[in-house]
Design a protein around this ligand. Structure first.
Ligand SMILES: [Zn+2]
Length: 352
């Protein structure tokens, strides 16, 4: 009897085994499938967000492009002017961001190897940090920067790299004009040193291409803005500060882009270079409110990534492209909003 039941149970076990085996096999296959799916997903994310493939800049004849490069909480702006007689455009790089390779990586991606004018608006780390990397990567022909004696390691290294480059070293002379192909770059600020190389020593530049104008004021605050407005006030009938596109002063800080300054600039488009969740709260609501008096075309590198504006020299045809569509940036910023790190501000995305 005992033997019979043993036989029965072993028969039962034998029937169970293939079913269990099948279950285990199915489980293994599911795990393998999941791993493959995760690997594919990781690859797609890598391609979309992390892989840097060279995309040589393609400028239509007779045009200029201004790239407000997303380098986090810092400034780097690349201006490219088409040159029909050469296979490379004329180039100006205003500031070089932090020393984390982002400015150099962007130039590498666009296969920019020569910079006609490298401008350092002032000597704070979020503007000169990537300077040595840019100088090491490219051939720089002219460097425009305020006169300054280095007071920290970053500045000392940059000074050495600037001297080693063999470029023409220029200091800002108010009213100086440099021709960069068909673009004219005017220095509007003077060379008075008021802030030991920091914000209020920023160079203020107006770049004119055909009928379009772009104004860059670095991190200039009230004092430098006032000095510049006063200097050009006397020229009756010519508003030198008037610009179509204005890069918000000091990353959209409250103490820059003051009312009296904006009244001269009267921008149609404002671009704010700042980093996601930056500790300064840039751009500040006060500055955004002041910009809103002139335009609703406000673009931000923290929410939109790199902003590219193309001009064919005609005022009404400025084309604005942003790296990220607004839908993506909303989801991207949510964690910051949840933790109260940043105060997300969503501007409407409109073509220039
Ligand atoms: Zn700055």
């Amino acid at each position: 009897m005992a033997e019979k039941s043993k036989k029965k149970s072993s028969l039962k076990n034998a029937a169970k085994k293939p079913a269990e085996k099948m279950k285990r096999g199915l489980f293994r296959n599911l795990v393998a499938l999941l791993i493959v799916l995760l690997a594919v997903l990781a690859y797609l994310v890598y391609i979309k967000y992390f892989r840097e493939t060279p995309q040589p800049i393609a400028l239509p004849d007779g045009s200029m492009q201004v790239h407000f490069i997303d380098v986090g909480q810092g400034d780097t702006t690349l201006l490219c002017v088409a040159d029909e007689e050469s296979d490379r455009p004329f180039t100006v790089l205003i500031d070089a961001g932090l020393g984390d390779g982002k400015a150099a990586d962007y130039l590498k991606k666009l296969e920019i190897t020569v910079i006609d004018y490298l401008v350092f608006t002032h000597y704070d780390a979020d503007h000169i940090g990537g300077g040595c990397e840019v100088l090491a990567l490219t051939e720089v022909k002219n460097i425009l920067a305020p006169a300054h004696e280095p007071s920290n390691q970053t500045q000392t290294k940059l000074k050495q790299a600037m001297e080693d480059e063999g470029a023409v070293l220029l200091t800002p002379k108010q009213g100086a004009t440099y021709a960069v192909g068909d673009m004219q770059m005017n220095v509007l600020s003077d060379d008075t040193i008021v802030a030991n190389g920091s914000n209020d020593d920023s160079i203020i530049l107006l770049c004119r291409f055909g009928e379009t104008t772009f104004l860059f004021s670095g991190d200039a605050e009230k004092k430098r803005e006032q000095m510049t407005v006063d200097a050009w006030q006397s020229l009756a009938g010519v508003d030198m500060l008037d610009a179509d596109v204005f890069q918000a002063g000091h990353h959209g800080a409250a103490n820059a882009s003051n009312d009296f300054f904006l009244a001269k600039v009267t921008p149609s488009i404002v671009v704010i270079s700042c980093g996601v969740g930056n500790k300064y709260g840039h751009p500040r609501e006060e500055a955004l409110a002041r910009f809103a008096l002139y335009t609703d075309k406000i673009y931000r590198t923290d929410t939109m990534g790199t902003v590219i504006i193309t001009s064919d020299g005609k005022d009404e045809t400025l084309k604005v492209e942003t790296e990220k569509p607004q839908e993506e940036t909303r989801a991207y910023l949510l964690p910051y909003a949840w933790f109260g790190v940043a105060k997300p501000h969503f501007t409407r995305l409109k073509a220039g």
